[in-house]
Design a protein around this ligand. Structure first.
Ligand code: GCU
Length: 408
């Protein structure tokens, strides 16, 4: 496996596949041509990178409100919805936690940020009414039993500024990624992938991976949000950080119901260009996380130049809907420059579709956000998500989804 490095001088010369040329070399002409090229690119990502989302996974899905109440501090309403998928291999439940501002209702539906969380909905806020996940959990405090405990309440609150979102008129919806698939190499058996194809060993080259399963969960979240009278389902922003940012981009690429898509520090297999081979590489991610991508993606270990796509094309699949790429200066593993260059690489598609694309030709200085239809910032600090990131995401939402009434 090629050595990991952080040296611009060692970035190879590369040519990105042209998003605006069909596989046969002919140029894409206008918006109608892009629709056909879009289908081609989507298929390339499904065949070579993330795997195909099986049609059997889209239904039957049902929803049930399992808990409702006023929270937090009386400025909002909380609702917990159990999303149930019944497949050949059994039943899977996803718990969606929704907060909306107290004034939201059928005559005043609000835009919502929807994102998966890493440790369970109860980690997002100390609110004691949040249900603990019953699925496998990893990370600190999970213990050998891998079960969520009371101690985990609010542990990830720093990554989820619930009150700030509500104060600006937004709703927040979140689900635990592990409900859809526990994040470890054998997790598929307990998740949607195992449920849809219980006996499909060995997996075909284009079998979906965990990132596909998490993207699927985000779309099931949209299904459920469409049923909530306080939610404006035409203004749902799909978001995620790191591995869940990769999943958010893949979800937004496939599912055009996401009005806006945001990734933070998503790096390799997310917003960063694979061909730069800077920081985390294809070979390294496939070795460390063999369950994330489809088996075919391994063909590109140390052979990034052979990929029929690169990640600028993933961002382009969101076009003309607004997409935001957030990076962090010290997060070199995720290759911030490669993330910016992917945003730049998506620009011609956004412009073809009549938007203002990315309003920067060079990588902007730290904390100078770009708010065109392709949004971007690089903030100070390391990997993760901060209040600074969220403030910029809300600014971007105000600009592109329309500032929520009741917001400042
Ligand atoms: C690891 C992994 C990254 C991923 C990150 C995260 O660092 O190599 O690809 O984005 O975890 O999810 O935090």
């Amino acid at each position: 496996m090629r050595e990991i490095h952080y040296d611009e001088a060692r970035v190879p010369r590369y040519t990105l596949p042209d998003a605006l040329r069909f596989a046969d070399g002919s140029p894409v002409d206008g918006a109608a041509g892009w629709r056909r090229r879009r289908a081609e690119i989507l298929d390339l990502f499904a065949s070579h990178v993330y795997g195909r989302t099986p049609a059997a996974a889209s239904s039957p899905v049902s929803w049930e409100t399992v808990e409702e109440g006023g929270a937090p501090d009386g400025v909002a309403r909380r609702r917990q919805v159990r999303i149930t998928f019944a497949g050949a291999g059994g039943v899977l439940g996803l718990d969606l936690l929704l907060y909306v501002p107290a004034g939201a209702g059928p005559s005043h539906p609000v835009p919502v940020f929807l994102g998966l969380n890493f440790g369970g909905n109860h980690t997002v806020d100390a609110d004691p009414a949040i249900r603990l996940p019953t699925s496998w959990v990893g990370g600190p405090g999970a213990g050998e039993a891998h079960r969520a405990t009371e101690e985990g309440r609010g542990r990830a609150a720093g990554a989820w500024p619930v009150r700030a979102l509500l104060a600006r008129g937004y709703g927040l919806a979140t689900m635990y990624c592990g409900d859809a698939e526990p994040d470890h190499a054998e997790g598929f058996a307990a998740g949607i992938r195992g449920l849809v194809a219980p006996d499909s060993a060995p997996a075909p080259a284009d079998a979906w991976g965990a990132l596909g399963a998490w993207a699927w969960a985000l779309s099931r979240g949209v299904d459920a949000l469409q049923e909530q009278p306080e939610v404006d389902a035409t203004r749902i922003a799909g978001m995620g950080v790191s591995r869940l940012g990769k999943a958010a981009l893949w979800a937004g690429a496939q599912d055009e119901r996401f009005a806006l898509v945001i990734s933070a520090c998503s790096g390799c297999g997310g917003a960063a260009l694979s061909r730069r081979e800077f920081g985390e590489t294809v070979a390294r991610i496939n070795a460390a996380f063999p369950h994330w991508f489809c088996p075919a993606f391994r063909r590109y270990n140390d052979r990034e130049a052979d990929l029929p796509v690169d990640q600028h094309m993933l961002l382009a699949l969101v076009a003309p809907r607004p997409v935001y790429v957030a990076s962090a200066e010290e997060d070199r593993w995720a290759d911030p420059r490669g993330e910016f260059l992917a945003a730049l690489g998506a620009d011609p598609v956004y412009r073809l579709l009549g938007t203002d694309g990315l309003g920067a030709a060079e990588m902007p200085p730290v904390e100078r956000p770009v708010r065109t239809t392709i949004g971007h910032h690089i903030r100070r600090g390391g990997h993760g998500i901060t209040a600074y990131d969220w403030d910029r995401f809300m600014d971007f939402g105000d600009r592109h989804l329309g500032q929520p009434a009741g917001g400042r």
